[in-house]
Design a protein around this ligand. Structure first.
Ligand code: ADP
Ligand code: MG
Length: 294
């Protein structure tokens, strides 16, 4: 071929299922020595399913009323957790009230007005008042079972807890092993989800360095910290919450199928074939390309 090596590397990456936005990206991928993986949608398939509906005593909601309330508030959100909640409500053919004044806070949850009530659905760590002892017990129970728990507040009071579970990608453990071999250190897990669920999942794939409960800016701070130590960090993520870290890293790669528009736009490269194992392949490929250039 008469293509310059880096361009042919881009073409090769494309054949492996990764779309690189420029030749510079291929060069940077080859320099990576630290990999930070997001959890939901990156290590997991990103299609979580509702597993638990737990109305809290005193609020007077049935399982279905709790689900309908949460689904109405989540309806405008594109987050995988929102899709799990809305999907479960659809399966049960629940009628959803219209939500107004919708707002979402990346890494935390959503807020909307439903039937005249202010409804929050989101991270217990961010929303749960310390005094809500009964809710704490339910959250803890679900998280110990490896689930992501979401709290539902109505007019500021906890009315229920929802649990969702997501499947690990089939190639997650093999990808972690391949990246460990390539960079000389195991990848790090960066997640906004709870520590209990994150640790459990990390142990299954061979990750020991887990940073949980992170807001989008905390992911950025972690990446900047490693870069200051002279490391070249590759961040792999899918969500709006990952976009700032994808931008801050030496190299940012977004998962294409589950990926939010913002993540896809911010990333330097996009995994278009929905396989995590494409990532070690392109790192290997870009190292070969670099040797050809030098
Ligand atoms: P991750 O880093 O694992 O991809 P996120 O940063 O997107 O996760 O979300 C972190 C936490 O914030 C979730 O575990 C959940 O508790 C809460 N959260 C985020 N978005 C939503 C949403 N749309 N509905 C409910 N909870 C949400
Ligand atoms: Mg994610």
């Amino acid at each position: 071929s008469t293509m310059p090596p880096l361009l042919s590397a881009i073409a090769n990456a494309g054949r492996h299922g990764v779309l690189a936005k420029s030749a510079v990206v291929m060069e940077r991928l080859g320099q990576v020595d630290t990999v930070a993986l997001d959890k939901t949608g990156t290590l997991t398939e990103g299609t979580p399913h509702l597993t638990d509906l737990r109305p809290l005593a005193g609020a007077g909601l049935t399982d279905e009323a709790l689900l309908a309330l949460a689904a109405a508030a989540e309806h405008p959100s594109e987050h995988p957790l929102a899709r799990a909640i809305v999907g479960a409500a659809r399966e049960r053919r629940l009628t959803l009230a219209d939500a107004v004044d919708f707002a979402s806070v990346p890494g935390q949850g959503v807020r909307a007005t439903v039937d005249g009530h202010t409804v929050h659905v989101g991270s217990p760590a961010r929303l749960l008042p310390a005094a809500a002892v009964a809710a704490h017990a339910v959250v803890r129970e679900l998280e110990e079972a490896g689930r992501t728990a979401m709290l539902v507040l109505r007019d500021g009071s906890p009315v229920g807890v929802l649990g969702v579970a997501d499947r690990l990608r089939p190639d997650a453990a093999a990808t972690v092993a391949a990246l460990t071999e390539l960079t000389g250190r195991p990848p790090v897990l960066l997640t906004g989800d709870n520590e209990r669920a994150a640790e459990r999942l990390a142990a299954e794939v061979g990750i020991t360095d887990v940073h949980a409960g992170l807001l989008p800016q905390d992911k950025v701070a972690a990446v900047r910290g490693w870069e200051r130590q002279g490391r070249n960090v590759l961040v792999v993520g899918d969500g709006v919450n990952d976009a700032p870290a994808l931008a801050a890293a030496h190299c940012g790669v977004a998962m294409g199928r589950a990926g939010s528009d913002l993540a896809l736009e911010t990333a330097d490269a996009v995994v278009v074939r929905d396989e995590l194992a494409t990532i070690p392949s392109v790192v290997r490929l870009s190292r070969t390309a670099r040797r050809l250039v030098i």
